[in-house]
Design a protein around this ligand. Structure first.
Ligand SMILES: [Zn+2]
Length: 265
């Protein structure tokens, strides 16, 4: 693996960034990079897929090993991507289903509900900016991913994502409430999507259903079943990423790059 510094990578034309979840690792052919931001340091790798440069950031990677979802430095990750001039992010998250999705299904959020409590949730702390959240996930990226999944005949659905604080799993009563308003539940989707929108980046998420949520069909989720499913789906996810790299449009046709234009007080 090669080591690069920021002076080198700042001139690389990237196609998009991938923020990977639990059990996610970059392709084998890669260069390791460290990106310094005002919010902290981010370890990443660069891989070439389908002739395009892709930045991979494992969101749980930390100096002392695995970083739990409520302790991830989401602002540093998004700022690192922004600093490199990358305009698009594909996020990979694991979720529990509160409805009828089969375990292993790749679902695509079109909206979210935020039940996090303790995380820094904005870049704007010295001025008021009400970022537009009417369409949190980039419609151009979402439709590209959905069309690829359909062509590959991979089971999928469009969903509302509920984000909880974690790291514990949800109670049965919490799931009973949440399933009235959302389809899947996870711990890493927010504030990542919000921070990306504040930076006016395109962001879409591919969520892998790793378990049935607590109390649904008498299930009790476990960390090991989550990891097993993610390992099982790894090749599938890379195949999808390869197709995304091949077909990523050059120009953005969405409104993500004006998300804060009408929100600054
Ligand atoms: Zn967009």
């Amino acid at each position: 693996m090669r080591e690069l510094n920021l002076r080198n990578i700042s001139i690389i034309p990237f196609s998009f960034a991938v923020i990977g979840g639990v059990g996610f690792s970059s392709p084998e052919e890669q260069s390791k990079v460290t990106i310094n931001t005002e919010y902290g340091t981010v370890e990443a790798t660069i891989s070439e897929i389908a002739g395009r440069n892709i930045l991979f950031i494992p969101r749980h990677a930390g100096a002392n090993g695995h970083v739990p979802p409520h302790m991830i430095n989401y602002r540093a990750i998004i700022m690192a991507i922004k600093q490199l001039g990358i305009m698009r992010i594909i996020s990979i998250n694991s979720v529990g289903t509160m409805h009828n999705h089969c375990v292993g299904t790749v679902v695509i959020p079109y909206d979210f509900i935020d039940f996090t409590r303790l995380r820094p949730c904005t870049f704007f702390e010295d001025k008021t900016v009400h970022v537009d959240m009417s369409e949190p996930y980039c419609p151009q990226l979402r439709s590209l991913i959905i069309s690829i999944l359909k062509e590959k005949q991979i089971e999928t659905a469009e969903v509302i994502y509920a984000c909880t604080e974690g790291p514990r799993f949800e109670t049965k009563a919490e799931i009973k409430m949440l399933k009235n308003f959302a389809d899947v539940v996870g711990m890493t989707g927010v504030p990542e999507v919000v921070l990306a929108k504040e930076m006016q980046l395109c962001y879409a998420s591919m969520c892998i259903v790793t378990n049935i949520a607590s109390g649904i069909d008498n299930s009790k989720p476990t960390a090991s079943e989550v990891l097993d499913i993610l390992t099982f789906k790894k090749d599938c996810i890379f195949d999808i990423l390869h197709s995304i790299a091949t077909r990523m449009p050059i120009r953005r046709s969405c409104l993500c790059n004006s998300a804060i234009d009408n929100g600054i007080l």
